[in-house]
Design a protein around this ligand. Sequence first.
Ligand SMILES: [Zn+2]
Length: 374
Amino acid sequence: MVFLIKKINKKIINVNINSGDFMKKVLIILLIFMVVGCRSENKEIKNNEPLDKEEEKKELTAQDYENYKVNELGDVPIMMYHGIHNKKNSETNYIGGNIDKDGYQRTSEAFIQDLEFYYSEGYRMVRLTDYVDGNIDVELGKSPIILTFDDGLENNIKVTGLDDSGNIIIDPNSAVGILESFKKKYPDYNVTATFFVNGGLFGQKDYNDKILKWLVENGYDVGNHTYSHVNFSSVDVNETMKEVGSLYEILDNIIKGKYVNIVALPFGSPYSVEHDNMNYILNTNYNGKTFTTKSTLRVGWEAESSPYSTNFNSKFLKRIRAYDNNGLDFDIKMNFDMLSKSKYISDGDIDTVVISNDQQDLLGNTYDKKVIKY
Ligand SMILES: [Zn+2]
């Protein structure tokens, strides 16, 4: 359309309006009508068309960063879940959505409430592995959140059978079933999670292989929680490498190259990055193979630092236990109250690290991204 208008404009200029020729005048008037008509039609189409990405992306100013409180050195919550039980909160004998005394297991009602809460607070999910690699792709003004599940419990992704094409049918009340419903409800939530499994995988021997493949093909990740849920404080170096290596070997056999080289430490042990076994968890020789682990996850209590912060240690990451305790002892409420003042807030550009001028001393690894200070 634009091309056509240009052509018509050119024609007008080429017509000699001083000639006094009546037909030429009529032609000019006709052409002007056509141009005006085309232009308004063109405008109408434009208004109905969504702006493409390039047009939408404008240079942000220091004032914009100020307005959105952009803080890419802020904290990032890595939520630690275990089982999601298809129950109402009123059906448990513990606080809120806790299924057990310490709140390691959670009701499905509470899990749904958690997901609604994170979304309404402006959190959007990112993959754990992307966060470790310094790739946080979140819209302007939004904050990253990471979900993790330990122990490969059946209720994480319960398969009820296969459809006619041989695809797994997932129980909508299991954790993944609920996450899939949020994928549909909030397409901008970027729903994802990392599942840390043991040797028994998801405890569904007829479906385990299919489950692993389905997860990695549908935007989820699978990581290492050791073969037998070992306590690394009480085993030697060889046992350490066998526990890590044999689980990686199982994942290699089913989803080679598609799982994440991250270990969620059972019981959070060893409790120090200086522990003798730590080096063998990170660099494992087993069965003639070498496995390198880029991060370990602790059983933590509070949010972790931005990957661009000097406080960030990718080898030993803290998590928030997703449980209720009336806003005390680092439960969800307490943590998100703290995060309201300290959270990471994105500038919407994955290729830049935006920080305020008074935070310069906190700037650590920037992963070769452009740093903008305001
Ligand atoms: Zn565990």
